[in-house]
Write a protein that binds this ligand. Structure first.
Ligand code: ADP
Ligand code: TRP
Length: 322
């Protein structure tokens, strides 16, 4: 089973990113054929300076390596290092129409806000289809917001297969209901764009500020608290097994514990859980030679697969070069 996903290097990782996608990847590299990359070309659709773009890409690579992505167990690379993908995107763009792409949420949202979208943003779903189809992918683990992009990928693959003969497998999205929407500190979906994230690689003081800022109702220490609709509980339970969840529920339901203490317990859990990753991250980030060598190896593995797929695609569409 080949599993592939990409994550944009667009700033600090938060608990929503970790629990919906990253934690699963670390598991998949042990029992599946995992392909995973840093989507730096997609990140260009959101303007940033060249320095920022470079720093964010390097940071994202370090984050993934520190969180347990093991380049010996999976293929891990930076998107732009595999030029076969951008070439494939061009061929695939003939298998989708402008009116179809005009229906993409990411594109429509920008237009609705009165922003003139770039052609790059318009083309985003085609590049994403190429990311997936260049590697003969079976499954794509993503958050719920990426569902439409997977539908585009399948439509494009079907149209191409109908035009040129059976070429691409149709990939399946994998969206977990339990972690589809991790709430942020204000109860809305945790997202960089809402300023409600808990970034686990932040320094301790900043992390504390985010956790202590979680919005709660006004139940006092001596009152029973409703755990179900409580963000502290919803986030803390992501770290727990069933018996630990029962214990935590009791702390909410039996009067005697205030929200301040429940937040402190969550903060401690986050610090404990991520502290080995944090130390590893510092070590990796300080060793660019290691990071570069790992990326070179990952790129070679990825290009081997993509170049075979491209040979077949070029021949099917009538490109003279093999
Ligand atoms: P953000 O919304 O903060 O900009 P990204 O778009 O960079 O996050 O998301 C990277 C991955 O993490 C995507 O697969 C996305 O679906 C997933 N993801 C992001 N936020 C959440 C969340 N709050 N709950 C579940 N998954 C999330
Ligand atoms: N669009 C995805 C996101 O914003 C990132 C991405 C790019 C991706 N290419 C992909 C995800 C291919 C899965 C497969 O999160």
């Amino acid at each position: 089973m080949r599993i592939l996903t990409g994550v944009q290097p667009s700033g600090k990782l938060h608990l929503g990113n970790y629990f919906s996608v990253i934690r699963k990847l670390v598991k998949y590299q042990n029992d599946s054929d995992l392909y995973c990359f840093v989507a730096d070309l997609h990140a260009l659709t959101t303007f940033s300076s060249a320095k920022n773009q470079k720093d964010n890409t390097y940071d994202a690579v370090c984050d993934f390596l520190a969180l347990g992505i093991d380049p010996d167990k999976c293929s891990f690379w930076i998107q732009s290092s595999v030029p076969e993908v951008t070439e494939l995107a061009w061929y695939l763009s003939m298998s989708i129409t402008v009116p179809q792409l005009q229906l993409a949420h990411s594109f429509k949202d920008k237009v609705a806000k009165g922003i003139t979208p770039s052609a790059g943003l318009f083309f985003y779903p085609v590049l994403m289809a190429a990311d997936i189809l260049a590697f003969e992918t079976d499954r794509v683990p993503v958050g719920k917001d990426q569902k439409q992009h997977l539908e585009y990928t399948r439509d494009i693959a079907e149209r191409f297969n109908a035009q040129y003969g059976e070429t691409f497998k149709l990939p399946e999205p994998e969206i977990d209901e339990e972690t589809a929407i991790v709430p942020g500190t204000d109860g809305a979906k945790m997202s960089k764009s809402y300023g409600n994230t808990i970034n686990f690689f932040d320094e301790e003081k900043k992390l504390k500020k985010s956790v202590m800022g979680i919005v709660t109702d006004s139940a006092g220490v001596d009152e029973a608290k409703d755990h179900k609709n409580n963000v502290i509980y919803q986030i803390h339970s992501l770290f727990l097994d069933e018996s630990e969840k029962t214990e935590l529920r009791n702390r909410f339901e039996v009067p005697g514990t205030g929200y301040g203490d429940l937040k402190k317990a969550l903060l401690e859990r986050i610090l404990d859980y991520f502290s080995p990753f944090r130390a590893e991250r510092e070590r990796i980030a300080a060793d660019p030679a290691y990071v570069n060598s790992v990326m070179r190896k990952g790129t070679d593995k990825a290009r081997n697969v993509a170049s075979e797929v491209l040979k077949s695609v070029r021949s099917k569409v009538g490109i003279l070069r093999g």
